[in-house]
Write a protein that binds this ligand. Structure first.
Ligand code: ADP
Length: 415
């Protein structure tokens, strides 16, 4: 056997070993973000590419968006790409792999992705992620190193990896779902246990009046907590599925802020806090669902109260950022640790020490996120431990026309 043949066999063996190893690694985690990172890193290494990414199809909205990336920066994440003029869209629709040797000259390349990530795409290899013949997204390898083109062998390798990856993604999604059901049952069980225990106590004869009062008060608190949880849970389910109707009409922001202040003043006073609001005279007009926007503000102000310190301050500050309306809820509370920020908008998530501060369900910020998404608005959180937090919502001007499926700026960023 000649030397080149031997080298070729060795190379093939190496690639096979790498694929076997990646299969083992992908099966080692059920955490979806970790899994997606492992997939993009493997895709990049195995195809010897500068960058790689995973795009997933949202089964409810039909949108195709970047979910994970390696080598092209974080900015690309959550950017939505059009199905009819992108390589990923082509692959998702056809269910076939695609090689683009010269991205600049190919109409299937979505240029906006480069503009968003400040990356330069030259060549692309994209393969579908399929679960039982259903395409759930695709994996892309970008810019083969050494100035060469992607080969048939690269297609074979990436397709095999995508096969393993699709099964692992499906498993992680199923696990996430069952995890959420477990969380929900847990949240229901805690107040129910209190209600059952105290109502049993109330059934005993000859109780002291103060025991009766205290038990009734606990039952009342726990029942309200249960009702709040169920309301939030159903509201979030409606928002997630797109069933919640969001109206769009001009919003009277000063009036809205005034209503929120009036509503929240008793709660702030009871907690020994000060609540102030500042609203300038001139504001960019926005369109939206006033009741839903009020719900956002109440949620954020409630949190600013719950996680504040005694004698602290809550400020609602309305202002302008360029041509956009900016609404900030600022508190002087416990702050949020940096490592918790990426989880803040996840269903049921609570910063571990939260229960010591206040009761909660971990659903409020998920609801806020969904309502803001439906308004094409975005939310940024800044926080310093022990100093306080700022939740900043920025709304697009009323005249701007947005189509969420093809917005150049992609989905609003929740960070
Ligand atoms: P909860 O019902 O627990 O308040 P949210 O979804 O509203 O649920 O908030 C999620 C978690 O984020 C809270 O449990 C808390 O740990 C943290 N959090 C939210 N807002 C603040 C804030 N203003 N200051 C500090 N931590 C906050």
């Amino acid at each position: 056997m000649s030397d080149p043949d031997l080298i070729e066999i060795q190379n093939r063996l190496q690639r096979l070993e790498a694929l076997l190893e990646s299969g083992r690694v992908l099966n080692s985690t059920l955490d979806l973000p970790t899994l997606l990172d492992l997939i993009v890193n493997s895709a990049r290494e195995m195809t010897d590419s500068e960058a790689s990414s995973i795009l997933l199809l949202d089964s409810k909205s039909g949108e195709l968006y970047f979910e994970a990336a390696s080598g092209s920066g974080e900015a690309i994440k959550r950017v939505v790409v059009p199905l009819d003029s992108s390589a990923a869209g082509w692959v998702c629709r056809s269910g076939e792999p695609l090689i683009i040797d010269n991205a600049n000259q190919d109409t299937r390349f979505y240029r906006e992705a480069d503009a968003q990530s400040l990356f330069t795409t030259r060549s692309i290899l994209a393969v579908p992620l399929k679960v039982q013949d259903k395409v759930i997204g695709c994996v892309e390898a970008v810019n083969k190193k050494g100035g060469v083109a992607f080969s048939a062998e690269d297609v074979e390798i990436l397709s095999t990896l995508a096969g393993q990856a699709a099964v692992a993604i499906q498993n992680a999604r199923l696990f996430e779902q069952s995890d959420q059901i477990a969380e929900m049952v847990h949240e229901l069980r805690t107040p129910l246990t209190g209600i059952v225990a105290y109502s049993e106590l109330l059934l005993r004869p000859n109780l002291k009046p103060e025991i009766v009062t205290q038990s009734a008060a606990t039952i009342h608190t726990e029942a309200r907590r249960l009702a709040q949880f169920i309301n939030d849970f159903l509201d979030l389910a409606r928002l997630e599925s797109g069933r919640a109707r969001i109206t769009r009409a001009p919003v009277d922001v000063p009036r809205l802020v005034d209503e929120v202040v009036q509503l929240m003043l008793p709660q702030t006073a009871k907690s020994g806090l000060r609540l102030t609001a500042s609203v300038p005279g001139e504001l960019p007009a926005i369109k939206g669902d006033s009741e839903r926007l009020k719900q956002i503000m109440i949620n954020l102000v409630s949190n600013a109260i719950k996680y504040n310190r005694k004698g602290g301050q809550v400020t609602i500050s309305v202002g302008v950022a360029g041509d956009r309306l900016r609404v900030q809820i600022i508190d002087t509370g416990k702050g949020i640790p940096a490592e918790a920020l990426p989880n803040l908008f996840k269903k049921f998530y609570r910063v571990p020490d939260s229960e010591g501060w206040a009761q909660g369900t971990g659903l409020g910020l998920s609801i806020v996120k969904h309502i803001l998404l439906r308004h094409d608005a975005h939310l940024v959180v800044e926080s310093e431990l022990g100093q306080g937090s700022t939740f900043r919502c920025v709304f697009p001007p009323a005249r701007a026309v947005y189509s969420t499926s093809a917005t150049a700026a992609g989905k609003p960023r929740m960070s």
